[in-house]
Write a protein that binds this ligand. Structure first.
Ligand code: ADP
Length: 674
């Protein structure tokens, strides 16, 4: 029986109510609890209506029974002992504190109860009144609460396993829940965080203000975005935040906000770094483009065996007279725009001979390659091409690569520079014109000089006229030799200008190369006693479709050089052989002379080019012979090359295409330079 159930009856000094059963009877029924009054022997003396109801007995059935009748069998014995113990020192208290108490109904069913005991003087006899409450509903609710709690605990364990920071805050922002991820990320422990205002604790900075977040939560029930937080040490953190508003199911009022925050600080830093690198790359690339675009030469970078375009400056498109698209293979580009590339002889060049393709396909370095571009509108542009392969490891070109050209990294790259040499060609043309005129004008006076020097020498030898003194004789000889050299020079110069102007005509006929070689060799053997010219001919004789006078000129120059540049004499081997595979005849002229220094070998076919050692030995020459030889041989679709070692000797090779039946039927291979 609880405090508020105190009646109006007298209260003894020990707090025991003293009342008569007559007075008590009607009172008991108005009280909400089931009440049972027992005497000192444990016998029920009075029960109220509520007690009848919850136990299922009538008052009559209970009166005179021991109280144990209302207790499950298994507790009865224990209860007797407790009851006797209580009656020794009765006082007001709840019964069986901390224990689960049960009552038993008339039908034998059990139910949980709470019981309060209070001593009572009834009819001057000590009694005990027990207020009994059926707590079945409370126990069920309690059990459910326990289960809920356990579930929440299990969930929070899972939440704690999450790497993300998860927090729950109430409608005014106070932290209600704070997982391990939040502890880790922000440095605040759960105890420290609980109850604090989350945005203040984390010094939250909102992208578009706090109001926007709240509005979204209110209207859409969620918000997603990036927030800036500070951790416990004041370090700035960027988090990707997902927030959900939780509403009370009954009232639909906002009850909490669940916030899941993922740390993206490092990702941001990396992204920013990447953006900075990307921006720098773009800046570098645009600077590079500006520089390249400012240059007058066409500069392009190509890749792969098809020489696809990777990068080109403005001048490139001007030079081709058309726009070359990125990644387009060179051949496609030329075909698409009907562009032709011609060689130094103005012949259509085979694709495989293009400097660009040689560098891109074979990794060959090609320098000063003469090509002529015939643009779509028919304009011809003479160009010098330098094509340099770039080794993959040599250059980091990743900044040049666009998304669709990743495969470039695996391929051969080449940088190709096209120099428009139109102005040079014009200057060269004027110079050649001038040289041509001078050489031509020199011929007549030289012929006169030569003629008179010869006449004087011959006539004086025959005893005509006054005899010449020795010094006069020597002077005449010197005049004759100098004049001869001048004649050679002017002839050479005239040939050069004819070649340049395309006026040098070849008069080709099927010729026995062996016989020609034999004739030139035996003629030149007569000019020297120090050298032995050994001729090895090919059998059967090699027949070549050629201009015999011009090939004679080439052979004479090669053998004269072999003699001239072997100042100490020695053997000279002249051989003719054929290469059946390539259908060529090859003539080689080998000497054991001074050789050509390595560093100058690349330029020896240039005009007026002479090696240093030749001049050091005091050997005279013009530096035009080999230039002419190569031009003449190439006009015959042949090749001229050499092998040489300084101080050891040189071998010059001339290859010419062998005559085939087809050649005999068709027109001559080349009759003029143009
Ligand atoms: P040159 O009139 O000077 O001989 P060439 O054009 O015939 O002109 O030769 C060019 C240069 O090549 C020569 O000046 C010489 O330095 C070098 N040269 C040519 N042939 C030989 C050779 N057989 N041995 C060594 N050097 C040679």
């Amino acid at each position: 029986m609880s405090e508020e159930n105190q009646g109006s009856s007298a209260l003894s000094e020990q707090g025991t109510i003293s009342i008569s059963s007559r007075e008590l009877g009607p009172l008991l029924d108005v009280l909400p609890d089931a009440l049972v009054i027992v005497n000192q022997q444990g016998t029920i003396v009075l029960v109220n209506k509520q007690a009848e109801k919850i136990f299922g007995y009538t008052q009559a059935e209970l009166q005179g029974q021991t109280i144990e009748k209302l207790i499950p069998q298994r507790f009865r014995q224990l209860h007797v002992a407790h009851r006797q113990h209580y009656s020794k020192a009765p006082r007001t208290r709840p019964m069986g504190l901390g224990l689960q108490l049960y009552g038993t109904r008339k039908d034998g069913s059990e139910f949980p109860v709470d019981i309060s005991l209070r001593p009572l003087q009834l009819d001057d006899q000590p009694h005990v009144i027990a207020a009994i409450r059926d707590v079945t509903a409370q126990r069920r609710a309690q059990r459910e609460r326990m289960q809920q709690l356990q579930q929440i605990q299990r969930q929070s364990e899972i939440i704690n396993l999450a790497y993300d920071a998860i927090l729950i805050r109430d409608p005014i922002g106070r932290v209600l829940f704070w997982n391990h991820g939040a502890e880790r990320l922000y440095g605040w422990s759960t105890q420290e965080a609980l109850g604090r205002i989350a945005n203040t604790l984390l010094k939250t900075r909102f992208p578009d203000g706090k109001a926007t977040v709240n509005d979204d939560l209110e209207q859409k029930g969620k918000w997603e975005g990036e927030l800036i937080h500070s951790d416990r040490n004041g370090n700035m953190l960027i988090v990707e935040s997902r927030q959900v508003l939780v509403r009370d199911q009954a009232t639909n009022e906002p009850s909490a906000v669940l916030e899941i925050n993922r740390d993206v600080t490092e990702r941001h830093r990396q992204e920013q770094k990447q953006q900075a690198v990307h921006a720098e790359t773009l800046a570098r690339l645009s600077f590079l483009r500006e520089v390249l675009d400012a240059l007058p030469n066409g500069i392009q970078i190509v890749y792969g065996p098809k020489a696809r375009l990777l990068l080109a400056n403005r001048a490139t498109h001007r030079m081709w007279g058309a726009y070359w698209k990125q990644d387009q293979p060179m051949e496609d580009f030329l075909k698409q725009h009907n562009i032709h590339v011609l060689d130094a002889n103005q012949q259509e060049m085979a694709l495989s001979s293009f400097a660009t393709l040689r560098a891109a396909r074979k990794g060959e370095t090609v320098l000063y390659h003469q090509e002529t571009i015939r643009q779509p509108d028919g304009t011809s542009l003479p160009v010098l091409v330098n094509a340099i392969p770039v080794r993959k490891k040599q250059a980091d070109i990743s900044f040049l690569l666009q998304s669709d050209t990743e495969s470039v990294e695996q391929q051969q790259l080449a940088i190709v520079v096209y120099q428009d040499v139109t102005p040079l060609k014009e200057a060269e043309y004027l110079k050649d014109e001038f040289i041509g005129i001078v050489a031509h004008e020199l011929r007549t006076p030289l012929a006169v000089l030569m003629g008179y020097a010869d006449t004087l020498l011959v006539q004086s030898a025959r005893g005509h006229g006054a005899p010449l003194a020795d010094w006069q004789q020597d002077a005449l000889q010197d005049i004759k030799q100098a004049t001869e050299r001048l004649v050679t020079l002017t002839d050479g110069l005239l040939d050069v200008t004819r070649l340049q102007a395309g006026r040098l005509l070849l008069h080709c006929t099927a010729t026995d190369l062996d016989a020609l070689v034999q004739r030139v060799a035996s003629h030149l053997q007569q000019t020297t006693s120090q050298h032995q010219l050994e001729v090895h001919l090919h059998t059967p004789a090699a027949i070549v479709y050629m201009d015999p006078q011009r090939i004679d000129q080439v052979l004479t120059n090669l053998i004269e050089n072999a003699i001239k540049y072997s100042p100490q004499g020695g053997p000279i081997w002249i051989k003719v052989r054929t290469n059946p595979e390539q259908q060529t005849a090859i003539v080689s002229v080998q000497d054991r002379g001074i050789g050509i220094p390595k560093r100058q070998q690349g330029q020896i076919f240039g005009r007026f080019m002479r090696a240093d050692n030749a001049q050091a030995w005091g050997i005279t020459g013009t530096g035009l012979g080999l230039y002419l030889c190569r031009q003449l041989v190439e006009r015959h679709k042949g090749q001229l090359w050499f092998e040489s070692e300084e101080g050891v000797g040189s071998t010059f090779f001339m290859s010419l295409p062998l005559l085939s039946l087809r050649d005999e039927e068709t027109s001559p291979p080349t009759t003029s330079a143009n």
